[in-house]
Ligand binder design. Structure first.
Ligand code: NAD
Length: 520
């Protein structure tokens, strides 16, 4: 079994960066280099401000990328508990010199983007393997003979065969082992998931060379993961497992959302239904929260990839089955926007609508395929005077840039002063004078203790006879003391004839010291 000394991770994104950082953190003896063709991304990874926000990421970087000095610490176990921590040299590096770093590695992770194809055959469904192809060509040309190549990106089943064909074409006669090692981390909890994974999946060919390469990769993970959690399977099972896992996670969200629509028309409470369903040990309680539906860069594209794969295998019924998960997700969003417009007397003209939360979920700054984008798009059709956006982690200028890019084809004047959209760096200005406040990301800042504070604000505002509503599919603010958790509860919790009073909110927080709604 080979043992790896030098790892190169191609792609410094949401997966490549954190995964390489944790592998380096847990394997001080291995040199880990992350490469990307995007110099600004690499620059950020080398700076104090990594390009992505993940809880715990900075701590891991501080040790693996920056190294530590020898220190002596005393624990609280008494005078004999003085511990000396040795000096640790940096073993995590970032670079734009893709070829050079690949040529120095004996294990190469392919962690490049695999989006949905936008044009040509399979547009809107098939996986675009352009980045995988290009990176594989570079690997073929630059890698050491015998280097092991690992698919970390999520790819359609049988992509390893394509990778092998490219390697054979560009580097005939040289053998490279290919492994599949899909990543199951969730954004927002990436470091926690990487440090304590449910399982590590390694797919390989079943030859002795393939099995030896799988064992060597297993050894890298076994420095911190229980070997019983490291599964070795055939390579096609590994590739398909990742698509199937994401499709089934998204399916649960669409399933509970479909039930939430029934709840709203019957008086059943979807939270109660979800809790009672989840207690069945065959089903489990996770991923059963009704809301705006799934967003993010993965679920939709991976289901689309599974649908395309199924249909291209002549399995149209399988494709149709998974298509319904996406249809339900879209239905939930448009249902929510219709609800907002309906509650505002069927028109948004002359009204300000505030949006709290723009990232696709809490604890990340990632906005790819965020439900908020769809909601903004649908709101704009009703010509509001202002759509006011605030997110605790997304940079206002990044949000503006993204919206302008996404709406460029419409030719609409988007941003204030000529257009309706304004992005704020605090929630108070965003909500001030809004006719409705939509909480679209379940950031904790928008729940407790903001809840208690705003209740008194609503009381004050009521006497001012102003108009506002707070609508949230996740967890909004209710004047009745409960969180607005689901759409089915909106009926009772929708705030009519109240206004968020900016002044009261701010002074309330100032007297407490810290402001939980503040950017940090
Ligand atoms: P990303 O877009 O954030 O990062 C990909 C990076 O690869 C980019 O920085 C890009 O510049 C770089 N890249 C592309 N081609 C390159 C090349 N030839 N040479 C050097 N660099 C190159 O994508 P991501 O979110 O990190 O996802 C990567 C893969 O992991 C995808 O297949 C995705 O489906 C999968 N995945 C993502 C998540 C997630 O939560 N984001 C979770 C599990 C799996």
């Amino acid at each position: 079994t080979p043992s790896f000394q030098s790892i190169c991770c191609v792609g410094a994104g949401y997966v490549g960066g954190p995964t390489a950082a944790v592998i380096a953190f847990q394997n001080p003896q291995i040199r880990v280099t992350v490469v990307d063709k995007d110099p600004s991304r690499i620059r950020k990874w080398m700076s104090k401000h990594p390009p992505i926000h993940e809880p715990g990421l900075r701590d891991v970087l501080r040790v693996a990328r920056d190294g530590t000095r020898a220190t002596t610490v005393s624990t609280d176990q008494g005078p004999d508990s003085i511990v000396s921590l040795p000096e640790r040299l940096p073993n995590l590096f970032f670079s734009t010199d893709v070829e050079k770093c690949i040529s120095e590695a004996d294990l190469i992770f392919l962690s490049v983007n695999t989006p949905t194809k936008l044009s040509g055959i399979g547009a809107g469904a098939a996986t675009d393997l352009f980045a995988v192809e290009l990176a594989t060509q570079t690997i073929a040309e630059a890698a050491r003979p015998g280097a092991v190549i690992v698919e970390k990106s999520t790819v359609p089943c049988r992509t390893a065969k394509r990778i092998r064909d490219i390697l054979d074409l560009y580097r005939p006669g040289v053998s490279f082992e290919i492994l599949s090692n899909p990543e199951f981390l969730a954004e927002g909890t990436a470091i926690k998931d990487l440090l304590n994974p449910d399982r590590i999946l390694i797919g390989s060919s079943q030859t002795s060379e393939g099995l030896a390469a799988a064992q060597a990769l297993k050894n890298v993970y076994a420095t911190w993961v229980d070997p019983a959690k490291i599964l070795t399977v055939n390579i096609w099972s590994s590739e398909l497992t990742k698509l199937a896992a994401n499709a089934m996670l998204a399916q649960r969200i669409s399933s509970i959302n479909s039930i939430s629509a029934v709840c709203e028309r019957t008086g059943a409470n979807v939270d109660e239904v979800a809790r009672c369903i989840g207690l069945d040990s065959r089903l489990g309680s996770k991923f059963l929260k009704a809301g705006l539906g799934f967003g993010g860069s993965c679920f939709k594209k991976d289901i689309l990839s599974l649908i395309y794969l199924s249909r291209s295998l002549g399995l149209d019924e399988v494709g149709d089955y998974w298509q319904q998960v996406i249809t339900m997700n879209e239905f939930q969003r448009s249902r929510f926007v219709s609800r907002v417009v309906c509650d505002l007397n069927g028109t948004l003209v002359g009204k300000k609508v505030a949006i709290l939360g723009y990232a696709f979920k809490k604890n990340t700054s990632d906005t790819r395929e965020s439900p908020a984008i769809d909601v903004v798009k649908q709101l704009l059709a009703d010509r509001p005077a202002e759509v006011a956006i605030f997110d605790p982690r997304c940079n206002p200028s990044d949000i503006k840039e993204e919206l302008q890019r996404l709406f460029a084809a419409t030719g609409l004047q988007l941003l204030k002063p000529d257009g309706p959209i304004e992005v704020y760096n605090n929630p108070y200005d965003a909500c001030n004078n809004a006719s409705a406040t939509l909480i679209l990301t379940e950031w904790d800042q928008f729940r407790y203790p903001a809840l208690r504070r705003t209740e008194s604000v609503f009381e004050t505002a009521r006497s001012e006879r102003a108009q506002a509503k707070s609508l949230s599919p996740h967890g909004g603010l209710s004047p009745h003391g409960g969180l607005v958790r689901t759409m089915s509860e909106l009926d009772i919790a929708t705030l009519r004839h109240h206004m968020l009073s900016t002044k009261t909110l701010v002074s309330d927080y100032e007297s407490e010291g810290a402001d939980p709604l503040d950017r940090y």
